[in-house]
Write a protein that binds this ligand. Structure first.
Ligand SMILES: [Fe+2]
Ligand SMILES: [Fe+2]
Length: 294
């Protein structure tokens, strides 16, 4: 029997709660303006609800959510984000990592890990909010890292940092001796042409992957369908991104979609099929395409 893993990202949960004036005396002021002028038109709760209902209908074994649950990290955004996660599934069944919008400003950068603690709790370390964390589900090992750091206005870069990179190096070295299907969850993509949106230490992260290997990388942040092939120790590794889970199609951004990965052992390796499901203008979610990844 194949193990099925669903991946969605960047719900940017609407609506944005009203902000207090003092909360806007920061980078949030621009983000708030951006939301009230533009983003609220494109991130819609009914879209997100339709997508999540379809995920539930597909009954995956596990669900991964790769960050940007909130918008400008107002204190009032975290309780609804927790409630939304619970509506997606129980913490045992759903794994989340934070994105840059979840750590938008210094004042609340720790709140995501607190509010979602049991959804990003490692099997062994007991949920102290540390990254990387590791969760084993069936043949799959989920490795969650955080690239979420507060940045200057108009910047949306991410960074793992030296301490996390070192811990990940150790963890991946240990896992390399196992037969598990290793899935790395990271909010930012591992390649970016945008100076203001990139993962600043992506080169180091790609070097670790190249040295130790994983079977799959899942990310969000760019809000588009994307498949990149990274160099691994035994061949190419797919790194896959999805559109925002609440988006209607706008400008260069496609409408909300998620991926389902069907994973099974085959001839000493893995057979992996990706199914892309997305929302149409009629608000129905349907299959867009299937891709055999290995
Ligand atoms: Fe995002
Ligand atoms: Fe992001």
């Amino acid at each position: 029997m194949a193990f099925t893993l669903a991946h969605l990202s960047d719900p940017h949960l609407p609506p944005l709660p009203a902000a207090r004036l003092r909360e806007l005396a920061s980078k949030r002021a621009l983000g708030y303006l951006n939301w009230t002028r533009n983003r609220h038109k494109y991130h819609r709760r009914e879209v997100l609800d339709a997508l999540v209902a379809d995920i539930h209908a597909q009954a995956p074994d596990h669900i991964a959510v790769t960050g940007d649950l909130v918008n400008i990290a107002l204190e009032a955004e975290f309780a609804p984000s927790r409630a939304w996660l619970e509506s997606v599934g129980a913490a045992e069944h759903v794994t989340v990592i934070p994105g840059n919008h979840d750590a938008y400003v210094r004042a609340t950068k720790h709140r995501a890990a607190e509010a979602w603690s049991d959804y990003l709790r490692g099997d062994i370390d007991g949920g102290n909010g540390a990254f990387p964390f590791l969760r084993r589900r069936g043949p799959v090992v989920l490795i969650g890292v955080s690239s979420a750091v507060p940045t200057a206005p108009l910047m949306a870069t991410g960074k793992l940092g030296a301490a996390q990179m070192q811990a990940l190096d150790k963890l991946l070295a240990q896992l390399a001796t196992e037969q598990a299907f290793r899935v790395l969850l990271v909010h930012h993509p591992l390649h970016s042409c945008s100076r203001v949106k990139r993962l600043t230490d992506s080169r180091q992260l790609r070097a670790l992957i190249n040295q130790h290997g994983v079977e799959l990388v899942l990310h969000g942040h760019d809000h588009i369908h994307s498949t990149m092939w990274l160099e691994g120790p035994h061949g190419k590794i797919p790194a896959i991104g999805v559109p925002s889970a609440s988006a209607i199609a706008h400008r260069q951004y496609p409408a909300a979609a998620f991926n389902m990965f069907s994973i099974e052992r085959s001839d000493g390796g893995w057979r992996v099929e990706q199914t892309v499901r997305g929302i149409g203008r009629d608000m129905q979610v349907k299959e867009i395409r299937r891709v055999q990844l290995s």
